[in-house]
Design a binder for this molecule. Structure first.
Ligand code: PEP
Length: 248
């Protein structure tokens, strides 16, 4: 049986004080370890949040990672730097990175590789836009996003990775995929992996992301191929994030 995982993506929100207080609120409310839990804080707050979560069940994640190991890449943050701070997970390929900052399938694959080389678990975000869904391209878009990574690092690398299915049309829009819509794609992703490696397919955590909230999380998490969630807006409030976590 797969263990579930709930990850908060704080995006570019908060201050040092509000971020520390949010992390403390989550830690204080963690009464059960029925699933894994993590928060992806802004880079500059990671060292402070690392102090708050030390020795607790709450793991630390970053919202991206450089596609190069080190060198003349002004403004980038390497996997080695993140590892040194105590980061366990790194989001790669979030749709906001892909659409606003030009992260391509190839650079996402390189980020995935860099994270893994430092023992950081990449959370590979995949998902289609509304236009792609309406044109029946959902599965081909996801194939392409997965293939870029599989071609670079091989299917065996998914043994230490997480996939997040995030339909772009559901992120931050208040429009959640229905339980069945999400399950259909999660099942598809698992079968796609299974065709290459059944053991990894059975093991890998596939999270749903896109306007997940305390009132819709239970239904989503009850679906057989949904192993938890990547939570944006609702992770900025400790109580609602914990409610989502507790609905697993
Ligand atoms: C996200 O940023 O990954 C996300 C799912 O955001 P939201 O929950 O706000 O839609």
């Amino acid at each position: 049986m797969r263990r579930s995982l709930v990850v908060g993506n704080w995006k570019m929100n908060g201050t040092r004080a509000s971020s520390e207080s949010l992390a403390k609120g989550i830690v204080a409310g963690l009464v059960s370890d029925h699933a894994d839990i993590a928060v992806c804080a802004p880079y500059v707050y990671l060292p402070y949040i690392a102090e708050v979560v030390k020795g607790t069940e709450l793991a630390l994640g970053s919202q991206n990672v450089a596609d190069q190991a080190s060198g003349a890449y002004t403004g980038e943050i390497s996997a080695t730097m993140l590892k040194e701070i105590g980061v366990t997970y790194a989001l790669v390929g979030h749709s906001e990175r892909r659409s606003y900052y030009g992260d391509t399938d190839a650079s996402v694959a390189a980020r995935f590789k860099q994270a893994q080389e430092q023992g950081i678990i990449p959370i590979l975000c995949v998902g289609e836009t509304l236009e792609e869904r309406e044109q029946d391209k959902t599965f081909s878009v996801i194939n392409k996003q997965l293939d870029a990574v599989i071609d670079l690092v091989g299917i065996a690398s998914f043994d230490a990775a997480v996939i997040a299915y995030e339909p772009v049309w559901a992120i931050g829009t208040g429009k959640t995929a229905t339980d069945e819509q999400a399950q259909e794609v999660h099942y598809y992703i698992r079968q796609y992996i299974a065709a290459k490696d059944q053991v990894i397919a059975d093991k890998i955590q596939i999270l749903y992301g896109g306007s997940a909230k305390p009132d819709n999380a239970k239904g989503l998490f009850a679906m057989p191929d949904i192993d938890g969630g990547l939570i944006g807006g609702a992770s900025l409030d400790a109580e609602s994030f914990l409610k989502i976590f507790n609905s697993i």
